[in-house]
Structures are given as C-alpha cells and as structure tokens.
Write a protein that binds this ligand. Sequence first.
Ligand SMILES: Nc1ncnc2c1ncn2[C@@H]1O[C@H](COP(=O)(O)OP(=O)(O)O)[C@@H](O)[C@H]1O
Ligand SMILES: [Mg+2]
Length: 256
Amino acid sequence: MNGDATPDEAAIHLADVSKVFGKIGTDAAFRAVDGLNLDVRPGQMLALLGKTGCGKSTIFNMIAGLTAPSSGSVRVDGRDPFAEFDSFRGKMAIVFQNDRLLPWRTAIQNVELGLEMLEIPAAERRATAQQWLTKLGLGGHENDYPHALSGGMRQRVSIARAFATNANILLCDEPFSALDESTAGRLRAEFVRLVKENGKTAVFITHSISEALEIGDRIVVLKRPAMIAYDVRFDTSTGPEEREDIRSRIVEVLAV
Ligand SMILES: Nc1ncnc2c1ncn2[C@@H]1O[C@H](COP(=O)(O)OP(=O)(O)O)[C@@H](O)[C@H]1O
Ligand SMILES: [Mg+2]
C-alpha cells in the first residue's frame, strides 16, 4: 500500500493494475501499465507525472471508466468505473488537453450540457452555468461560440463545465499543455484554488515537473511501463528549499 488511505476510505483505489494492448502472450502485446498500486484519498490533489508514452493517459482512461484494466482492480468510490459507467454520471468530471467543446453551442450551452444529462431543470441549469462561467472570468462571454474564444478561454469553459456538474472527482489529462505558459500559469492557480475551495478530489496528469509542483499536494512520478518511481506529499508549509529538493529528486528519478 503506497497511499495514506485504506482501500475503503480511498476515493480512487488501484490494486495490482496492468494494462496490455494487443493480444497477451504475442509479440504484438504491449504492457503500458504494470502492476500499479495507487490510492487517492478524498480531497487529495494528485499530480501524476511522467514522460510522454509512460502510460499516464492509459491510467487516466481506466480511472475514468473509458477502458478496463487487463488485470487487477480499479475502484472509484468503491465501485468499478468501467462496469458501472453510467452510475458515475455527475460524480466524475473530466477535462482533457483539447477542450472538446461542441462548436455549435455557445459557452453557456456547453457548460449546461453536463447538467442537461443530469436532468437539472432549465432555470437552475442556466443559473449554475452562469455562476461557473463568471467564477472563471468569462462573464460577458456566455453567448460566444467556441470559435470566437481564445484557447485559454475555451479551456476555462471546459473547466466551468467540469465544476458545474458538482462532481466530487475531477480527472484532468494535461489540460493546460496546449496553452502558452502565462495563460496556463494563471489557469493552473485558479484551478487549484477552486479544487480546494470546493473540496474536490482531483487527479491531474502532467509531463511538466513545474506544473506538478504547482498542482499537487502529492506527486506520483511514473516510469515506463507506468510503475511508481517516486511518491511525495507536501503542502503549503513546505518551504522553497524543501520544494527544490523534491524537484531535484524528480529530475533524478526521471533521468534514469
Ligand atoms: N489503444 C492503444 N493501443 C496500443 N497501444 C497503445 C494504446 N494506447 C496507448 N498505447 C501505448 O501505450 C503507451 C502509453 O500510452 P499513454 O498512456 O497514452 O502515455 P502518456 O499519456 O503517458 O503519454 C504508449 O507507448 C502508447 O503508444
Ligand atoms: Mg497522455
């Protein structure tokens, strides 16, 4: 056990999880994740850090219930996200690298989408969507279509959409990596604040050490094939020197 929660307490629990692409036992088989054990406690903000191709998105897709593990078990709030996919509607929200907005819907209509699926009444839906767009600095852009918004603004809409459903668990797969660094930096800080204010559990995937240090209260460094090479927790009381030590350690771990 490498977490600080028991499996029953964990919001996300992965036990001996492997994922093999292609037919197991053949030359074409590719082991993207190998015997991964990971527990995320409720309210934790975990940065999953690793180089491109190390298996981050594969892990993400298993937690999100988009794909099943080849072996081992994945539990989110004690349930199997792949087998019980529909029961997670409104409980888990996802932000991808690409904003995935519907181009024929305005900003507010995109935020309302998740709420429509939860069958929230129209007036309440609109009010909630409006509130989240405002929190993300998009007041005045409610009726803009995605094509009229910058990349950073579009990603703000998709973050508003994720928070609006009031899901307890947020999963983010490199959501800011297509943005320029100053836009990404601002959005990252706001994202951390909103996650904390709203008591969410979040898994944030990144290939950037600096981003992991800004996001996480815990960083798990993955090495191919998606095995944990380093697992570290810190908080606001962690001073700059200690943070530098953590950074150096991560650099070391990723270099070998
Ligand atoms: N559907 C798939 N079929 C075959 N191989 C895949 C598939 N998805 C991912 N892979 C391979 O698994 C490895 C891990 O991929 P991925 O999880 O996307 O890594 P990351 O997100 O860390 O960049 C890569 O080598 C990738 O080519
Ligand atoms: Mg990826």
